[in-house]
Design a binder for this molecule. Structure first.
Ligand SMILES: [Zn+2]
Length: 442
């Protein structure tokens, strides 16, 4: 109780270090130097505070999206270890092992940073911290999860500079033809633009960037999300709650005279039917759907329960996408792919609408340097855009399978995201293996 009272009064409990934190600080400093972050040291501070700050700075230096720190049993079963890992371009990389005796103190410090209660160790907690780290404004969303070995920490790093840059359609990395189709659909006064793909393929980023592209004083834009991830200018944003569901939000929108409606995700028939009603009554609707590819997304709308005729009339553009890691421009080198990779790439490209023979080939491979992570730096989107043409509409009404709809769309100029990926590999932006790896993920 005394601890809680002093915490409420704003006093920091003295955190006891049960082992030497010096070696961890040394490792983090070395890693930070290797990541190219050098120079300015902050104010003198206690070792524990310094160690946690280094963890955050390393996240920034590695351009990580998340910091993960959790206790694990060793692979040989002999005792526990704290693992500090960073998610970089979608992949989790271990960066340091931490003496498990240090974990309670480090977790306590993270809780103070997050504005959470350091004395609560058995319940999940969520916190947030706005920090200026080496001149960059960071928004950290920090979660604490009790595990049987101790608490696990996850910190999502949002850099306001990176967020604003990322939320721009022409910086996401769409091929020119896809970008043109997206911009054309966004200019229409009505219709439904559906972004599909699995979790973590950049659907939400596309949605935000699309809305940002058109929102302004002359349009009323209303959005409902789960949750609201970024605040956008000129958009009335709401998040769903128990009583305020997606359908309830759309019904409310329709009484609020909007021009553009953004719906975080379509998960059920009721939401879909209302979204279609909005699209058919003069509103531009932007939403996302969990589906494998663009043709599959159309079929999924029918599976959810929609009349194919309404799907045809409401949908204007179906986008499907994946993210692939980009080769580092500082260290990648020219290299011919293996014959197997080349055969796979050629088949995928040809089936997906790319004229492989006439494509200039500038294959490169990953090397690795201080400016990147294992030869890759950042990600780009590979995408396909399916327009609701009369031919696609006819096949949909006939109940044709997704493969047939896709073939028809490719015949009319669509390039599948798989083929787009191979085109990027041929241009030296990424590698065939990286695209194949992404395509294999469900
Ligand atoms: Zn590099």
């Amino acid at each position: 109780m005394a601890d809680i009272e002093s915490f409420i009064k704003g006093e920091q409990p003295e955190i006891e270090l049960r082992a030497d934190i010096g070696p961890l600080i040394g490792r983090l400093e070395t890693k930070l130097k290797a990541a190219g972050v050098t120079g300015r040291r902050g104010e003198p501070e206690k070792k524990l505070e310094y160690a946690v700050r280094l963890m955050i700075e390393l996240g920034l230096g590695l351009r990580a999206s998340d910091i993960h720190l959790s206790p694990h049993i060793r692979e040989d079963g002999r005792g526990n270890i704290g693992m500090l890992r960073y998610r970089i371009d979608g992949i989790l990389h271990p960066e340091a092992e931490i003496d498990p005796r240090l974990l309670p103190a480090i977790t306590g410090r993270w809780k103070t940073v997050a504005g959470c209660n350091p004395t609560e160790t058995s319940a999940p907690q969520n916190g947030r911290s706005l920090l200026n780290v080496r001149g960059e404004e960071l928004d950290l969303r920090i979660s604490f999860h009790p595990s049987v070995l101790g608490e696990s920490i996850t910190a999502r790093i949002l850099s306001s500079k990176q967020v604003i840059q990322a939320l721009s359609l022409d910086r996401i990395g769409y091929a020119r033809s896809d970008l043109d189709r997206i911009l054309k659909a966004l200019k229409a006064p009505a219709g439904m633009i559906i972004v599909s793909g699995p979790a973590g393929c950049g659907k939400t980023t596309n949605l935000y960037a699309s809305v940002r592209q058109i929102a302004g004083p002359g349009l009323k834009v209303m959005s409902v999300e789960d949750p609201v991830e970024f605040l956008l200018p000129w958009v009335v944003q709401a998040r769903i709650r128990e009583e305020f569901t997606f359908p309830a939000a759309i019904r409310s929108f329709l009484r609020s005279d909007p021009d553009v409606i953004m719906i975080g995700e379509i998960r059920d028939y009721q939401t879909l039917a209302l979204a279609q009603q909005a699209a058919l009554t003069g509103h531009l609707v932007l939403t996302t759907l969990h589906a494998g590819n663009a043709a599959g997304a159309l079929k999924r709308l029918v599976d959810i329960g929609s009349d194919p005729l309404i799907v045809r009339d409401a949908a204007s553009l179906i986008l499907a996408q994946r993210l692939v890691r980009r080769l580092c421009v500082h260290c990648s080198i020219e290299a011919a792919p293996t014959p197997d990779s080349l055969t796979a790439a050629e088949r995928i490209a040809r089936e997906g609408g790319v004229n492989w023979k006439e494509l200039p080939k500038k294959f490169r491979k990953a090397v690795g340097c201080p400016k990147c992570y294992l030869g890759f730096r950042g990600r780009t989107v590979i995408a396909e855009t399916l327009e609701m043409t009369p031919e696609v509409g006819r096949l949909l009404l006939e109940g044709a399978p997704a493969e047939e709809i896709e073939r028809a769309a490719v015949g009319q100029g669509m390039i599948t995201f798989a083929a787009d990926g191979m085109r990027r590999a041929a241009a030296g932006e990424t590698t065939i293996e990286e695209v194949l790896l992404t395509l294999a993920l469900k």
